[in-house]
Ligand binder design. Structure first.
Ligand SMILES: Cc1cc2nc3c(=O)[nH]c(=O)nc-3n(C[C@H](O)[C@H](O)[C@H](O)COP(=O)(O)OP(=O)(O)OC[C@H]3O[C@@H](n4cnc5c(N)ncnc54)[C@H](O)[C@@H]3O)c2cc1C
Length: 411
């Protein structure tokens, strides 16, 4: 017998899409997921994987096992024919084209790192968005130390080889600087003691302060904490260009580097950039209070690629996660012909790790920092990890790093 259930096409396997997939009623919908990444990634713990505090596989979950009956295609959606309700897709590897017909589509394709068109960024910098990025960063950090320890290496080379530059003073840049510092101080220092005095970590921020999404007192605390750890924070430092051997600032100053990590916010994915649907000036899809893209009635979008017209929310995991669950419930109700309620986001506060077993928490009226907040940070993320298996794996990773230290082999 022909399947008469409407087809719900989900684009993406990130926070928004994964939570929708978990909550949708598969008795009522045929669920088809298209995304180049075949797993969900718990990005808040991604900085910890760049230095091996947490293993890569501990923070990912396959999409295929997320729901029974789900069909998954490892591909990019490249175009939506909204009139005929057809998504044009291309396979991830050979770019073989195919089409998916849908009744409803959920766009949860997130965003890409914004380079602002600055020359050399794509070519020479590392981004920190995917597992592969974290793997590349870890590889390169260890490589810098191995190269620097070669016999007869001139000391002047340490100026660039052991200089780690992070561009962007938001939570991702700060957390990466903190994790890198921990790795160097707690592990690499045991095996490369002669090199440690030459290591420098520099955080460049174009604005006047770091962690602007947090309360100013927490940003100031982080600056003081970083200065004690000898992590150099340079605000009002605008990058003009990145060359093969230096980060060039707008005042002409050149900073040599062994590794540059670029984390300066979000830009649109190619798909969203090309979609002929209403967008704001940062090229996010504009939705109504039901997360339905303006001018449509069967296209929904939440997460980093979308913005609600009268209630713009920050591009965070909790917004994407709550939005995905909301759209799933709303679609379940729509088919069951129940009354719809607008999306009501509940902010649960923000956390960030700043290194040396210290963290920040900004919970609206309650702000805290230091060691006890680090315990809170760890417990909060442990509970937010989706599967029990991942929770267990992350707990073991923390224990392993505490007892044996982080692995310094290059793989
Ligand atoms: C290192 C790091 C740390 C972070 N820490 C925090 C934190 O501590 N707290 C917090 O709240 N937020 C944090 N964030 C932000 C958070 O990860 C994002 O806000 C969240 O992932 C957005 O969810 P999303 O579903 O919109 O997109 P994503 O989770 O980015 O998922 C996008 C999905 O779309 C897929 N996709 C892309 N293009 C296409 C296409 N053309 N067709 C089909 N699929 C496509 C991708 O493969 C991916 O599966 C962090 C982000 C990073 C990078």
């Amino acid at each position: 017998m022909a399947d008469t259930r409407p087809v719900l096409l989900v684009l993406g396997t990130g926070f928004a899409s994964f939570s929708l997939v978990k909550a949708i009623d598969t008795e009522r919908f045929q669920l088809v997921v298209v995304a180049p990444r075949n797993h969900f990634l718990f990005s808040p713990l991604l900085p910890s994987t760049t230095v091996g505090t947490i293993q890569f596989q501990s923070i990912i979950e396959p999409i295929r096992t997320a729901r029974k009956g789900l069909r998954y295609h490892q591909a990019f959606c490249v175009r939506l024919d909204t009139e005929n309700k057809v998504a044009h897709c291309e396979g991830k590897f050979k770019r073989t084209p195919f089409e998916v017909k849908y009744d409803y589509v959920f766009i949860g394709v997130g965003a890409v790192s914004n380079t602002f068109g600055i020359p050399g960024v794509e070519q020479y910098c590392h981004f920190l968005k995917e597992i592969q990025d974290a793997r590349n960063i870890r590889h390169e950090v260890i490589q810098c130390f191995e190269r620097a320890s070669k016999p007869n290496r001139p000391i002047e080379d340490f100026d660039w080889l052991l200089r780690f530059v992070i561009v962007g003073g938001g939570p991702t840049g700060v957390e990466f600087a903190a994790e890198l510092h921990d790795f160097i101080e707690q592990d690499l220092s045991k095996w490369f003691p002669d090199l440690i005095p030459y290591v420098r970590i520099t955080l460049l921020e174009a604005g006047e302060s770091i962690l602007t999404a947090f309360d100013a007192t927490l940003g100031d605390y982080t600056r003081r904490h970083f200065s004690r750890k000898k992590i150099q924070v340079r605000t009002k430092s605008l990058v003009r260009e990145v060359t093969h051997d230096a980060v060039v600032l707008s005042n002409g100053e050149e900073i040599g580097y062994g590794l540059v990590v670029w984390s300066t916010g979000n830009g649109p994915t190619e798909l969203v950039d090309n979609l002929d649907l209403p967008k704001d000036r940062t090229k996010r899809l504009i939705t109504d209070e039901y997360c339905c893209v303006k001018t449509t009635d069967n296209i929904f979008s939440v997460g980093d690629c979308a913005v609600m017209e009268h209630n713009p929310l920050a591009p965070t995991a909790q917004v994407a996660q709550q939005g995905g669950t909301y759209v799933a419930k709303q679609l379940n109700d729509l088919v069951a012909k129940k009354e719809r309620k607008p999306f009501n986001y509940k902010h649960k506060g923000m956390l960030a790790y700043v290194g040396g077993n210290k963290a920040l928490a900004d919970m609206g009226s309650r702000k805290s920092k230091g060691f006890h907040t680090w315990i809170l940070w760890r417990s909060a993320y442990l509970t937010k990890l989706i599967s029990f298996q991942n929770k267990l794996m992350v707990m073991f990773d923390w224990l392993r790093a505490f007892i044996f230290g982080r692995d310094i082999s290059q793989y």
